[in-house]
Design a protein around this ligand. Structure first.
Ligand code: G
Ligand code: MN
Length: 400
C-alpha cells in the first residue's frame, strides 16, 4: 500500500476523501484546513452549525471534524445529524473547554474521537485518515450485510411461493365448458380450463405467472395434460385445451407414449399469442410433429390484441377461436358484425372452423349465427364445471 510519512513519524496509508471541517476560529480553520488538504483530503469548511448541516446534507462526505462550541447548532447537534443520515460517517470532535456532558453525548452518539484543542497536526492527519478508512470499512460491511439480508429475504419469499405453488398443483383440477354447434343444438366439444382449489392461486393467469417465475412451467403443463388425458377416459368428447407457447419446447409434449398423445385425435391444442409464439424458433417443425401425432390446432383469442393475423399465417390452425371481446355486444355493433362475417368467410375459404367465445346473451347468439358463425362457447350455454356440464340452448330447433 502507498505509505506517507507524517510529521510525527507515524506511518499512515495514503487516503483520499472528503472532509467537512467545522471551526469558528478563522485562524484555526485555516491551519487545520491546510494540513488536511496537504494530506490529500478534500476539505469543505464551515464556521457555524447551520452551514455545516447544509453541507452534511448535500455533500458525500467521508469525515466530519468539528469543534463543539460553534455558533448555531453545536458540534453535538452536528454529530446527531450525521448519525441520522449515515450510521457509518465518522465524526471527530474537538473542544477547548472539555466538560462531562459533551463527553457523554460524544460517546452516546458515536463520535470517533474526542480531542482537546490544540490538536497536533500529525495527530489530526493520522487520526483523520485512520477513521476515514474505518468508516469505509464499516460501510462496506454494512452493505454486504444488507445485501445478504435482502438475498435471504428473497430466498425465503421464493420458498414460500414454492410451497404455495405445490399446494396449487395438489389441488389442481380441470373445469370443462361446452362448445356448441348452434344449428343442431349439439355439444361439439369441451374446452378444458385449469383450476385449483388452493385459494391463493385461484386465478389461472396467476397460477401460470407463478409457474413462469419459479421456472416450473413444464411441470404445470405436464400435470394439466395428464389431468386432461385422465378426464377423457370413459367419455367420448373432443377436448380443447390451452397450451402455453413455452410448452411447445417441452419434449414430453411430443412423446407418443404420453397419456395425452394416446387420445390426440380427440384433442385440440389452443395456441395464443399472450406469450409470444415468435420466441419458438422451429415453430413450424414443432406444429408438424404435433399434427403427426394426431393433434389438431386452434388459434385462441383472435382479435384480442394478442393473436394477430401473423399467428394465423404461422400456425395455419384447424380452428379459429374469436375472442370474447368481438362477441360482447355484437348484436348492437355493425363494425364487429362485418369483422366477424369477414373472418368467417376467410376461415371457410381456408377450410378452418370458427368458434365464437364468450357468448352471454341470446341476442349475441342469434347475431353470430346469422353472420355464419355456428360454433359458440360462453356462459349463455354453460359455465365451466368439472363434470362436463350440459349445455342449455333456450331455443328449440324448428320442428324439434
Ligand atoms: O383465453 P381463453 O379463451 O382460453 O379463456 C377462457 C376463459 O374465459 C375461461 O376462464 C372462462 O371461464 C372464461 N369464459 C368462458 N365463457 C365466458 C363468457 O361467456 N363470459 C366471460 N366473461 N368469460 C367467459
Ligand atoms: Mn382457450
Amino acid at each position: 500500500m502507498n505509505q506517507e510519512i507524517q510529521g510525527g513519524g507515524a506511518c499512515v496509508p495514503c487516503v483520499r476523501g472528503r472532509v467537512l471541517l467545522v471551526e469558528d476560529d478563522a485562524a484555526v480553520a485555516k491551519v487545520y484546513g491546510r494540513i488536511l488538504r496537504q494530506a490529500g483530503l478534500t476539505v469543505h469548511v464551515a464556521s457555524e452549525g447551520a452551514t455545516a448541516l447544509r453541507i452534511l446534507e448535500t455533500e458525500q462526505l467521508d469525515l466530519v471534524v468539528s469543534d463543539i462550541a460553534i455558533p448555531g447548532p453545536d458540534g453535538i447537534a452536528l454529530l446527531r445529524a450525521a448519525r441520522e443520515q449515515d450510521p457509518d460517517l465518522p465524526v471527530m470532535l474537538m473542544t477547548g473547554g472539555p466538560d462531562l456532558q459533551s463527553a457523554i453525548h460524544a460517546v452516546e452518539y458515536g463520535a470517533s474521537r474526542y480531542f482537546l484543542k490544540p490538536v497536533e497536526p500529525h495527530v489530526l492527519v493520522a487520526t483523520a485518515k485512520d477513521v476515514v478508512l474505518r468508516g469505509r470499512d464499516a460501510r462496506t460491511k454494512r452493505r454486504a450485510f444488507e445485501s445478504y439480508l435482502a438475498a435471504n429475504r428473497q430466498a425465503e419469499e421464493r420458498d414460500a411461493l414454492e410451497i404455495t405453488f405445490d399446494h396449487a398443483l395438489c389441488g389442481l383440477f380441470m373445469a370443462y365448458q361446452p362448445i356448441v354447434k348452434w344449428s343442431s343444438r349439439e355439444v361439439f366439444a369441451y374446452e378444458a380450463l385449469v383450476r385449483t382449489e388452493a385459494k391463493e392461486l385461484r386465478r389461472p393467469d396467476e397460477l401460470i405467472a407463478v409457474a413462469e417465475k419459479l421456472g416450473r412451467l413444464f411441470e404445470l403443463g405436464r400435470l394439466i395434460r395428464n389431468h386432461v388425458a385422465a378426464g377423457m377416459t370413459n367419455q367420448p368428447w373432443t377436448v380443447f385445451m390451452n397450451l402455453h407457447p413455452r410448452d411447445l419446447l417441452d419434449e414430453e409434449l411430443y412423446d407418443p407414449g404420453a397419456p395425452l398423445s394416446r387420445v390426440a385425435s380427440r384433442v385440440v391444442l389452443e395456441l395464443t399469442e399472450r406469450a409470444s409464439l415468435g420466441s419458438v424458433l422451429d415453430l413450424q417443425d414443432r406444429l408438424l410433429r404435433l399434427r403427426e401425432l394426431g393433434f389438431r390446432l386452434a388459434l385462441d383469442d383472435l382479435g384480442a390484441g394478442y393473436a394477430g393475423l401473423t399467428s394465423f399465417a404461422q400456425t395455419r390452425p384447424d380452428i379459429v377461436k374469436l375472442d370474447m371481446s368481438l362477441t360482447r355486444g355484437v348484436d348492437a355493433d355493425p363494425t364487429r358484425q362485418r369483422l366477424i362475417r369477414a373472418m368467417c368467410g376467410l376461415c371457410e375459404e381456408f377450410g378452418m372452423d370458427v368458434v365464437s367465445e364468450g357468448v352471454e346473451t341470446a341476442a349475441e347468439r342469434d347475431t353470430l349465427a346469422r353472420l355464419g358463425c355456428d360454433r359458440m362457447q360462453g356462459y349463455f350455454f354453460a359455465k365451466p364445471a368439472p363434470d362436463f356440464p350440459v349445455a342449455k340452448y333456450d331455443a328449440p330447433l324448428d320442428g324439434g
